[in-house]
Design a protein around this ligand. Structure first.
Ligand SMILES: [Zn+2]
Length: 138
């Protein structure tokens, strides 16, 4: 069971795309950069009208990971310990996302391995992007 997610205006396009099983990342047309997490202005150049949402391939790599044994969020304690992996996107290794790596045993995370996005439904019907170790290079 995961926490409920209440999308606000800023991140709603991200969650709506997730429900359609698409991964979108905020993109600034003024300085040609992806940014995540989303902001109201570009983190790079400060533009507030150059931000768009761009669909990405949903492929990346495991940059690093940790194992959570003592989660401060009570709702998640039933599931611990769990992996928290840092994923970098193939489109831009500067973009990092976090994942519990469903299907990967705790503390057996293959750092550097390719991963692909999957979408998991949560209790309130919202799908959330997660990442799975890819079975082969693409
Ligand atoms: Zn910018």
């Amino acid at each position: 069971m995961k926490q409920g997610i209440d999308p606000d205006d800023l991140t709603r396009p991200f969650w709506e795309a997730a429900n359609a099983e698409r991964l979108v990342i905020q993109y600034c047309v003024d300085c040609d950069q992806l940014q995540h997490p989303p902001g109201r202005t570009c983190h790079g150049c400060g533009s507030d009208d150059g931000l768009q949402w761009r669909q990405v391939s949903g492929r990346g790599r495991i940059y690093n990971y940790g194992v959570v044994h003592d989660c401060p969020v009570r709702l998640l304690r039933d599931d611990q310990p769990f992996n928290v992996a840092v994923i970098t996107l193939d489109e831009d290794p500067g973009i990092q996302m976090y994942s519990h790596l469903p299907g990967t045993p705790v503390d057996e995370v293959p750092v550097g391995a390719p991963v692909e996005v999957v979408f998991e439904a949560t209790a309130n019907g919202q799908k959330v992007p997660e990442w799975r170790v890819a079975t082969e290079e693409k």
